[in-house]
Design a protein around this ligand. Structure first.
Ligand code: MSP
Length: 523
């Protein structure tokens, strides 16, 4: 029932199929996945959307360069993005392709809604266009390149375009956009981006060219198929076409999930999402999304990733070399979400070995092996909790509220830091309690200490489920926590482990990356 219950809608950008997936695509997708999984565990009805952006001149050119028909080209490359999702254990609820009929219907309906509102007029466009960015640029924004070429601020080469075009009256939306930003201070996150967008809009908005006539690969403009819709208008509509727009009746998916809770994207495309998209929606009489979050860019070992440098990091390479959960963990842990970051092998190994394997993995392995050896392999029976026991259990139980706050602001790195904090507390506690020494002197106390540790590990595993689902699932298997018990409803005493439940023989969960031995110097 829409309007009732808790629902949550999160989206990735839809990825251009002109190229195969790289680390940047993986990053956004992993972040959205962690958010979607977190909300599901927290009792929300979640819609998590990703997909591919298949129209426009850039894709048309890439297909032509390969000598294939654009549709066949899209069918092919789109599959790589689906496969990336499977490889990274992504839990998206839908995968939208802009060449699907359901999307064409929505894009046409959106166009008509803008036209009905009087916001579209026919004119002609004379200006610069960057195919790589699929964006128009003003003369004043460009730099002179070699041989009289004009270069966009993104570094992409621009071409001169002169053709009839439909325009969207973006200029008429300037004040309403500014009022909207002011009344929704968390619409654009991080806040530094909010300020950037506000000053961009304050400088004045020009009407936006929203159709092209010099190529064919796209959605024909309703009523004038000499024109193809501007690929960004087409693409942005994906967020509602996947909800079945224009069907908006009570009980529809649209009614249930729109407006989106958060669109996640890289900082390079915030303008399209935070300026054009709310203007289109408001013009169509639809509510704007609740938030646009722009994350930073990754470099590789200190260098910008580029095809020409040959240093583009592929998600498949990371998964193969370090593991899927290690890759997911590293990306969300290493860099504050919103800032730029650098991928380095050394940093990756530091995180996976020091944090996942040592701090979390060892805690689980030590505890579970002691239980296996000394407590007949069942959840130990506990006695009265001491102040130290209460302290550790308290820190584990307090974690969920902290995580809720972190996830509310997409602060994944802080969420992981909080979880790790509990693992550190757990390790300190084992060292202080030294349960191995209690076996002979006070077996009942040993059992209580191991119970407190097992319960702490259960909380760490539940908390890690959104981030490293496979490994934390294994941790919960080792604690004999049933699938149905793996939700935040079972947080705290509610879902506490029951004494006497048999536990499987534990095996290490997080492997360590071992550098290959240096070849001994034969000399
Ligand atoms: N098709 C558009 C989005 C349309 S959404 C309605 C698009 N696609 S893209 O495939 O080029 O880019 C997808 C995402 O990858 C963007 O959010 C971009 O910021 C991100 N990244 C590309 N390179 C990146 C890094 N090196 N690091 C992090 N993210 C990067 O834009």
């Amino acid at each position: 029932m829409s309007g009732h219950g808790k629902h949550f809608y999160v989206t990735t950008p839809i990825y251009y199929v002109n190229d195969v997936p790289h680390m940047g695509h993986a990053y956004t997708t992993i972040a959205c996945d962690a958010l979607a999984r977190f909300k599901r565990l927290d009792g929300f009805d979640v819609m998590f959307l990703t997909g591919t952006d298949e129209h426009g001149q850039k894709v048309e050119k890439s297909a032509a360069a390969k000598g294939v028909d654009p549709q066949a080209f899209c069918d092919d490359v789109s599959q790589y993005f689906r496969a990336m999702g499977q490889m990274l254990n992504i839990s998206n609820d839908d995968f939208i392709r802009t060449t699907e009929d359901r999307h064409l219907a929505a894009a046409e309906a959106l166009w008509k809604a803008l036209a009905d509102n009087g916001d579209i007029y026919l004119g002609s466009y004379n200006g610069w266009y960057s195919v790589r960015d699929e964006a128009f640029f003003g003369e004043d924004e460009l730099k002179d390149g070699e041989n009289g070429k004009k270069i966009a601020p993104t570094g992409a080469e621009c071409e001169w375009v002169e053709e009839p075009s439909y325009f969207f009256r973006l200029s008429a939306w300037q004040d309403r956009l500014l009022a909207f930003y002011e009344s929704h201070p968390d619409f654009i996150m991080p806040h530094s981006r909010h300020n950037e967008i506000v000053s961009f809009v304050k400088q004045g908005l020009r009407d936006l060219s929203i159709s092209r006539t010099t190529f064919k690969w796209g959605v024909p403009v309703p009523g004038d198929d000499a024109h193809i819709m501007y690929v960004w208008l087409d693409a942005l509509a994906n967020y509602i076409s996947a909800l079945g727009y224009p069907e908006m009746a009570a009980g529809s998916k649209y009614e249930h999930f729109w407006p989106a809770d958060v669109h996640v994207m890289g900082k390079d495309i915030i303008r399209f999402h935070a300026v054009y998209w709310p203007a289109f929606l408001m013009s169509a009489g639809l509510p704007a999304p609740k938030r646009c979050f722009a994350h930073g860019w990754w470099m590789a070992e200190g260098q910008k990733m580029s095809k020409s440098l040959g240093n583009v990091i592929k998600p498949g390479h990371l998964v193969e070399k370090y593991g899927v959960d290690q890759t997911r963990y590293f990306m969300l842990r290493e860099v504050p979400f919103g800032q730029d970051g650098d991928f380095s092998h050394v940093a990756m190994v530091g995180r996976m070995n020091g944090e996942l394997a040592n701090a979390v993995g060892n805690l689980a392995q030590r505890t579970l092996s002691m239980i296996q050896k000394n407590c007949a392999g069942v959840v130990p029976t506990f006695g009265t909790f001491t102040a130290e026991d209460e302290k550790l259990l308290g820190s584990a139980r307090a974690l969920l509220d902290k995580l809720r706050e972190r996830m509310e602001t997409q602060s994944f790195h802080l969420a992981l830091e909080d979880i790790l904090g509990v693992a550190f507390d757990g390790n300190r506690y084992v060292d202080e309690m030294a349960p191995w020494g209690l076996k002979k002197t006070d077996p009942a106390r040993m059992a209580t200490v191991l119970y407190v540790l097992a319960e702490t590990i259960r909380h760490i595993a539940l908390a890690l489920l959104p981030f490293v689902p496979e490994s934390s699932g294994k941790m919960l298997d080792q604690l004999a926590v049933a699938e149905s018990e793996r939700t935040f409803d079972r947080w705290g005493e509610e879902g506490a482990l029951a004494a006497g439940v048999p536990l499987p023989v534990p095996t290490p969960i997080f492997h360590k990356y071992v550098e290959e031995e240096a070849v001994p110097n034969a000399g």
